[in-house]
Design a protein around this ligand. Structure first.
Ligand code: ADP
Length: 397
């Protein structure tokens, strides 16, 4: 089955056409600067060169029609006709408490996603625009919504409630939701297979370390806790996000720097984290280079990042009363041997040992732990688009 996977942002649209039988992406691409004077579509058919088309895309419907044109183009297309696209899977960031799993998109589902807009004002409205654009251009093609939050709906109340007056949960649903759910779900499942564990009788920690980063505790295949919270700002130190801080810092900075709330939220989301601490970059490749050159702020940023990861891993091992396996994934987790090595050094006390040669590999599935290690440690490259395609197919079958 050929599934078009759409990940729609406010001014961008990422897509992949995936053959769910072979699990291969037939084409991947990205529309940028939608709604601006000059936009651009980058389209790469599998195994062939990237085509870049500059064009004005007034809205997402125009962008979707350009994607369809690129996919069916005589030269760089990968299908003859639109009718070959049998389903569309949409990434939706926030499903609130309404969606604990993926769902076939109906008008009622669209309304319910809209009701979650408050919880993800930057993302959900954009996701809905993508859904509506596809609906109007591919009327008879079934569509599925796959939520970033859904996998974490199994987290128990003791882990998802904040110690605020209960009416804030009751009135506004302020609670931990967790994100990166498709990645945590896919990687935990694949990790169990890779390590020969029965997922229904397993304790797995997934470290999704990318520009955005989160850790989850997955017990018997279900998420029981995760580091992100009400929004993707909390938990680990990230590329430009602070992760956990003492909330009183917000008031303190507001007074000292005469900043309003919007400015402080911008500071915490866009100017903090690895970027803010190192004053070098949000990218670990630049941080590693700067550390090699003796840059002290880069080293501190790196160490704070690793230490926070370790604290979450330690906490989640206690939450699950043990751990069978720890998986590293996403940009940093898949590609940065020093992050993995430093994290595992902290965990030596519990009998975790890793093979330093295996740890040098980047971007591929590999067992890092030595045969005598008490806990399996591996790199499992994430594949959120394939997970969305698989979910889409399984719901429609
Ligand atoms: P997101 O999906 O959250 O935008 P990714 O999972 O794509 O992020 O991760 C991107 C990050 O991965 C980069 O910012 C960089 O820090 C890190 N990264 C990518 N390649 C490497 C590499 N070779 N070595 C170290 N870090 C890398």
């Amino acid at each position: 089955m050929k599934v078009l996977v759409i990940n729609c942002g406010s001014s961008s649209l990422k897509y992949q056409l995936i053959d769910s039988d072979t699990k291969q992406a037939l084409a991947v691409g990205l529309c940028e600067r939608i709604g601006l004077e000059i936009g651009c579509l980058k389209h790469t058919p599998a195994g062939r060169d990237k085509t870049v088309i500059d064009a004005r895309m007034d809205n997402h419907e125009v962008a979707v029609s350009m994607v369809i044109a690129a996919l069916t183009d005589k030269e760089h297309g990968v299908i003859e006709d639109l009718s070959e696209i049998q389903a569309v899977g949409h990434r939706v960031v926030h499903g609130g408490e309404k969606f604990a799993s993926s769902t076939i998109i109906t008008n009622e589902v669209i309304d319910a996603i809209e009701e979650c807009n408050d919880l993800a004002p930057l993302h959900n409205p954009a996701n809905l625009i993508g859904i509506r654009a596809c609906k109007s251009l591919m009327k008879d093609v079934p569509m599925v919504a796959v939520f970033d939050t859904a996998f974490h709906q199994t987290i128990p109340d003791k882990a998802y409630l904040y110690a605020l007056p209960m009416e804030y949960y009751e009135k506004y649903k302020i609670r931990k939701y967790g994100f990166h759910g498709t990645s945590h779900s896919y990687v935990s499942e694949r990790m169990a297979e890779f390590c020969g564990l029965d997922i229904n009788n397993s304790k797995i920690i997934v470290c999704h370390l990318g520009n955005g980063a989160s850790i989850s505790a997955v017990m018997n295949g279900k998420s029981i806790d995760t580091s992100m919270g009400f929004t993707p700002l909390s938990g680990l130190v990230m590329g430009t996000r602070s992760g956990d801080i003492d909330p009183s810092i917000i008031e303190f900075i507001a007074k000292k720097e005469n900043k309003n709330l919007d400015e402080i939220m911008h500071l915490l989301n866009k100017e903090s984290g690895i970027q803010g601490m190192s004053q070098v970059s949000s990218d670990f490749r630049d941080i590693n280079k700067a550390m090699d050159e003796g840059n002290e702020k880069a080293r501190i940023a790196f160490d704070v990042f690793v230490y926070r990861v370790v604290k979450y891993i330690g906490g989640f091992i206690a939450s699950m009363n043990g751990v069978d396996a720890i998986a590293f994934t996403a940009g940093v987790g898949e590609n940065d041997p020093k992050v993995r090595y430093d994290v595992c050094q902290y965990l030596k006390f519990m009998g975790i040992t890793i093979d330093e040669e295996a740890n040098k590999l980047r971007g591929e599935e590999v067992m890092l732990s030595t045969p005598d290690s008490k806990v399996k440690v591996a790199v499992i490259p994430t594949n959120e688009e394939l997970t969305i395609a698989r979910e889409t197919v399984s719901l429609l079958k």
